[in-house]
Ligand binder design. Structure first.
Ligand code: UDP
Ligand code: MG
Length: 312
């Protein structure tokens, strides 16, 4: 019988762990597969680890990893992927926003031979403003980057062993998982589900963390922003050359009129702005190069009951 590994990152989810486990098992029992449920405690400051330990004590199918601090969801998932043994992995949030009822459909897709089966969520229940921002964001990202991001396709997905191994081969430390899933390629099937609101605990996304996530998405996957700076620089240079020529012509023809304070200052501000943007973009890349060259691991494990494989 094939082994299915459920990978569940958890950060301050003490109120959800138990019901998550129960719902998972309820579904998994119906299916003709062996399963393991891998909880990754991402440095929670509440009783999440305790809840997981209690489960692990009673159920041999519960595996866990506890990280030394909060490394972020992406790193937590990566830690889980390193330690699972399944023929396929299903990545799920621990807040019950990813309905376990879909596990059957995900596995069906896997049996049909797809390497990635993605559960795509609708945006019902999200505020109009947020849905607008995200669809706008995805339009921009897809225009600018080289990989394909789809709104609503998150981490809730099944990965075949081949897809897991491909993800594990990517060693970069600045991980933007949506991009990585797209980057590895392989066959993909999409199933849809209605968005579910979180019942217990709070979302870990603040406005600014979403903005930063958005920037990561654009920067991680291409060098086009650098090129945009380059072209904008050229355009500005071209325009100012025309401006200079025209002004020079007028001065030669009519002599110096009123000193052009306004035009001078706008030109300076405009150029200053462009330069700052360019510097910022370059800084982003330099920062990333700096991070990659440090070659730090993506996570550190504190305690775990999963077999020790090689560290990433
Ligand atoms: N999570 C995590 N580490 C973090 C932040 C979140 O492991 O630093 C987990 C969290 O416990 C949950 C999942 O990632 O299982 C999704 O988080 P959240 O519900 O806050 O995101 P949202 O559903 O609002 O996008
Ligand atoms: Mg959530």
């Amino acid at each position: 019988m094939k082994l299915i590994s459920i990978v569940v990152p958890a950060y301050n989810e003490e109120a959800n762990i138990l019901s998550m486990y129960e719902k998972l098992v309820q579904e998994l029992h119906l299916l003709p597969y062996r399963y393991e449920i891998m909880f990754i405690n991402d440095g929670s400051s509440d009783g999440t680890l305790l809840e997981i330990l209690k489960l692990a004590e009673r159920h041999p199918d519960v595996k866990y990893i506890s990280l030394t601090r909060n490394f972020g969801k992406e790193s937590a998932i990566l830690a889980g992927l390193h330690r699972i043994q399944g023929d396929a992995a299903i990545l799920m949030d621990s807040d019950l926003q990813h309905p376990p009822e879909l596990i059957g459909q995900l596995i069906e897709g896997f049996e049909e031979g797809f390497h990635q089966v993605v559960a795509k969520r609708s945006r019902t229940g999200d505020s109009k403003f947020r849905s607008f921002l995200s669809s706008f964001y995805y339009k921009i990202v897809n225009a600018v980057t080289d990989v394909d991001f789809v709104d609503g396709e998150g981490d809730f997905r099944l990965l075949s062993r081949k897809a897991i191994n491909s993800i594990l081969q990517l060693s970069e430390s600045n991980r933007f998982s949506k991009g990585l899933y797209s980057w590895i390629g392989l066959s993909k099937k999409i199933i849809s589900y209605e968005n579910v609101q979180r019942v217990k605990g709070t979302s870990k996304w603040s406005f600014w963390s979403l903005v930063n996530y958005g920037i990561d998405g654009i920067i991680s996957f291409n060098l086009k922003p650098l090129r945009v700076c380059f072209y904008t620089g050229f355009l500005v240079l071209f325009l100012s050359l025309i401006y200079i020529a025209v002004t020079l012509y007028e001065i030669l023809k009519e002599g110096v009129g009123a000193p052009g304070y306004f035009t001078t200052i706008t030109a300076i501000l405009f150029l200053g702005g462009i330069q700052l943007i360019s510097l910022g973009v370059i800084g982003e890349y330099v920062g990333r190069i700096y991070n990659e060259t440090k070659r730090r691991p993506n996570f550190l494990i504190d305690i775990s009951n999963a077999d020790d494989y090689d560290e990433s």
